[in-house]
Ligand binder design. Structure first.
Ligand SMILES: C[S@@+](CC[C@H](N)C(=O)[O-])C[C@H]1O[C@@H](n2cnc3c(N)ncnc32)[C@H](O)[C@@H]1O
Length: 233
């Protein structure tokens, strides 16, 4: 069965008490008490600091570029999931990935940029086409007083990667029309990079497109049901 990208989907249920309670119970079941308490502590800590990574639909937002109907709603990657995904990858590679420039295509409120900063990336850059989400990312980054963590208000198809890119992150941000263009841009820049470049693709609904250009290193399914593909450019 071919997976579909649900562009402009309504994801607001993810902010409901019911959904959050279910997340809590699933986390208890899959991860145990300590990681679940750490997770709650992290959330409360963000709340106190006024950091907002909440889910948001794209309707009513101010979008730039030619692909306004090809994007998915904002659902932010949690810190513990990002850590799991990233450190599992290093374990699988049996080497440490260079902490040079980290790129998030469709970076929303900047959650992943902030997580990447916390594991030592020299720079993290996010490309986000919704003005309101980009502005929220800037506020989140400022509240945490992070340097070298940058949100750009731009359509993903118009972004050229810096030559010191070492990781590209994609959390199911757009459909195959945009993905084809983004992947072609990355592929065109292959010869320019200073280091090995890896791609982490969460919920890889457009994996056929990436497979044509990059080496699929492995696929992992997490207890939450999330599937992640890991590639080398
Ligand atoms: C599933 S969210 C992922 C958010 C973030 N990467 C994270 O993991 O926390 C997808 C994001 O992609 C953005 N997006 C969709 N199409 C885009 C495009 N063509 N250019 C830039 N951003 C886009 C959406 O606005 C949304 O914020």
């Amino acid at each position: 069965m071919k997976l579909q990208v649900h562009t402009n989907a309504d994801m607001s249920h993810q902010n409901s008490i019911y959904f959050k309670t279910k997340l809590f119970l699933d986390s208890l079941k899959n991860n145990g008490i300590k990681p679940t308490i750490d997770k709650i502590y992290q959330r409360v800590n963000y709340k106190i600091k006024g950091i907002d990574f909440s889910t948001q639909n794209l309707h009513d937002l101010t979008l730039v570029g030619n692909y306004k109907n090809n994007g998915t709603a904002l659902v932010s990657t949690s810190k513990d999931f990002f850590y799991k995904v990233f450190f599992d990858f290093e374990k699988e590679l049996n080497q440490k990935i260079k902490r040079e420039t980290f790129i998030d295509f469709g970076s929303g409120k900047g959650a992943v940029l902030i997580h990447a900063n916390s594991i030592g990336f020299k720079k993290s850059i996010g490309v986000e086409f919704a003005k309101e989400l980009h502005e929220k990312a800037i506020i989140n980054i400022q509240k945490l007083k992070l340097s070298n963590t940058i949100s750009l208000h731009q359509d993903a198809t118009t972004f050229d990667l810096p030559i010191d890119t070492s990781v590209i992150y994609l959390f199911n941000p757009f459909d195959e029309i945009v993905m084809k263009k983004v992947v072609q841009n990355i592929s065109n820049q292959k010869g320019n990079f200073l280091h090995d470049v890896y791609i982490i693709y969460v919920r890889p609904v457009c994996s056929d497109i990436l497979k044509e250009h990059f080496k699929l290193l492995y696929t992992k399914k997490y207890p939450s049901g999330a599937v992640v593909n890991y590639y080398k450019v």
